[in-house]
Write a protein that binds this ligand. Structure first.
Ligand code: MN3
Length: 210
């Protein structure tokens, strides 16, 4: 993700709204990007408008250093800044399904950390299943380059935890309810087909520059 600064804007998708079908349908993607993500952008801009001192900070910088912000702004950055970052990261983590697989290098990395690809997938899905209410499941790298699976509540991000996000899945009901109703696990099984593994690998290799 490029560094982004106030005033923030809704980043366009790298694909057409119906390109993720049949795994994510047109209506779901349209609503999620055009309404939900746009809402976070608007709310963040509305909050930042009153804090010229922090308008020079990039979105990542704001999210990495919440304790340096005034309390009122801190809360809004966590909610709306987190919402902007998490959604953009999510949409950037997907691509139209074409049977893409992790490269041998990425697969080795995943095997070193989780045993097998199947075990990684199982652990990721189990973690997602344990999230009660709204939140996110993430693959992250710690400062030593080790991979971990974590979950966050609401719009919290791994950035404030000194972790580098590599992949995330939105577990809020709006991410899947139109198409999958209450079947979160079925949505995640479908979503797995859309993972942009090259992007995940790029993020891992770029992490020192974030
Ligand atoms: Mn969402």
């Amino acid at each position: 993700m490029e560094q982004q600064y106030y005033p923030f804007r809704l980043e366009p998708l790298n694909y057409r709204f119906n390109d993720l079908e049949p795994y994510l349908d047109l209506q779901t993607v349209l609503l999620h990007h055009g309404n939900h993500q746009q809402h976070y952008v608007d709310e963040l801009n509305a909050a930042m408008e009153f804090w010229p001192l922090y308008q020079e900070w990039s979105l990542v910088q704001l999210l990495r250093n919440p304790s340096q912000l005034p309390l009122k702004l801190q809360i809004q950055v966590r909610q709306d800044g987190g919402g902007v970052f998490n959604h953009q990261f999510y949409f950037d983590s997907m691509e139209p399904a074409s049977g893409q697989q992790p490269s041998p290098a990425l697969e080795n990395l995943i095997r070193r950390n989780f045993g097998t690809m199947d075990s990684f997938r199982q652990q990721f899905m189990d973690a997602a299943g344990r999230v009660f209410g709204s939140g996110w499941v993430w693959l992250v790298a710690d400062p030593q380059g080790r991979l971990r699976i974590i979950t966050t509540k609401e719009q919290e991000t791994p950035l404030a935890m000194n972790l580098t996000p590599l992949l995330n899945a939105d577990l809020w009901e709006h991410a899947y309810y139109l198409q999958y109703k209450n079947h979160r696990a079925r949505y995640l099984d479908s979503w797995w087909n859309l993972i942009n593994w090259a992007q995940v690998e790029r993020r891992y290799n770029d992490r020192v520059r974030l």
